[in-house]
Design a binder for this molecule. Structure first.
Ligand code: SF4
Ligand code: SF4
Length: 355
């Protein structure tokens, strides 16, 4: 992590959801207002208008329920978020829409997506359609009762696992995700390794996702991957295939922490000053469609959390029940100041840094 001032580090440890605390920032409109009040340029002044290039990745957020309550969470997920859960009816609408696209990849996220009762059905259906299926996994959920068999279940179906581990050292991980998270995450990685994940087999790909433990940008992805591979192998005996380094987005619980710790202005300044035009072509909003738990459609998971709906020409908010790929292709991507989180430094969409 290098020498980062303590004032820029997240603490103290895990939290509770904004919604459970009736925090004003539980409102997406309030988050957008906080960002709009900042003095920095608007995103569109730097990046111009963004257009989609197609739907290569069909991302489905199946709900906000999670077994954890990480301090930096952009979803405001937690064990209390039981109301926001994708229904079987919406899952079926997603599959019908998927069949009308050329998307080769289905990216399933949450919350902890594995906690949705229709998760396995959704995975099975996507696998049977020959899709590359990604599960965005927080690792610790794999140790919970109903999910303990998932490593072997995933391996049988060739599901790709992209899992979040803030750092390969215990302190940094537990700061962000809560005490004991590191040990549980390592145990989950061992179980994934035991069924063949993370050992160079392209069918059993295991990717780790890192994000900083505070108000600073993610480091160099390639050198971090080398360091993490060595560190995790030597200290914990676990292996993985690739590492993605993501910046923290200035929304939801991370926005709350930025505000309360006095880091918001400086962090936005860091993001804006690190604007890198080379990242724009690879932004996930260009080639991804994001479906919310209730079927609303978005340009990306971050816009989803800010309730910035994808809109057809004419302004109508798009929904999976009236999915229209041709009209979606003609839309403009909705951007706001949080988008600077994706264009800072080497870039930070779901796929990580630009090469
Ligand atoms: S594991 Fe992921 S979804 Fe769950 S609280 Fe942490 S960051 Fe949010
Ligand atoms: S948050 Fe990132 S991925 Fe989403 S619309 Fe903005 S730039 Fe695109």
């Amino acid at each position: 992590m290098g020498a980062v001032e303590t004032a820029k580090l997240i603490g103290p440890r895990a939290t509770t959801s904004l919604i459970s605390r009736a925090s004003p920032l539980a409102s997406a409109a309030q988050q957008l207002e906080v960002l709009a009040r900042l003095p920095q340029k608007n995103f569109s002044q730097r990046a111009g208008s963004l257009a989609p290039t197609g739907i290569d990745i069909f991302q489905i957020n199946v709900g906000k329920l999670c077994n954890m309550t990480c301090r930096h969470c952009h979803v405001d997920a937690g064990p209390d978020r039981t109301a926001e859960m994708m229904s079987l009816e919406t899952v079926e609408l997603c599959l019908a829409a998927l069949d009308r696209t050329v998307a080769a990849t289905v990216d399933i996220t949450g919350g902890a997506p594995e906690l949705n009762p229709h998760f396995r059905y959704l995975v099975e259906q996507c696998v049977s359609r020959g899709k590359r299926v990604i599960d965005r996994c927080n690792l610790t959920v794999l140790l919970t009762g109903p999910c303990r068999d998932l490593p072997a279940w995933f391996a049988e179906r060739g599901v790709e696992i992209v899992c979040s581990l803030p750092h390969y050292r215990k302190r940094n991980t537990d700061l962000q995700r809560g005490d004991g998270t590191f040990e549980k995450s390592i145990e989950a990685l061992r179980r994934l390794n035991a069924v063949g994940y993370g050992q160079g087999n392209p069918r059993l790909r295991l990717t780790l996702m890192h994000n900083p433990a505070g108000a600073y940008l993610a480091g160099d992805q390639a050198s971090m991957e080398r360091e993490w591979k060595e560190g995790l192998k030597a200290n914990q005996g676990v292996s993985f295939d690739a590492l993605i380094a993501l910046n923290n987005m200035p929304i939801s619980r991370f926005l709350e922490w930025l505000e309360s710790s006095g880091n918001l202005h400086a962090y936005m300044e860091t993001l804006v000053n690190a604007y890198n035009p080379a990242t724009v072509a690879g932004l996930m909003c260009r080639n991804t469609l994001s479906v919310g738990w209730d079927g609303r459609l978005y340009d990306c998971d971050f816009n989803q959390m800010l309730e910035l709906d994808a809109r057809y020409a004419g302004g109508k908010a798009a929904h999976i029940r009236d999915f229209d790929p041709a009209r979606l292709a003609a839309r403009s991507i909705v951007t706001a100041r949080h988008c600077f989180g994706c264009t800072a430094g080497a870039g930070s969409s779901c796929a990580g840094a630009v090469a």
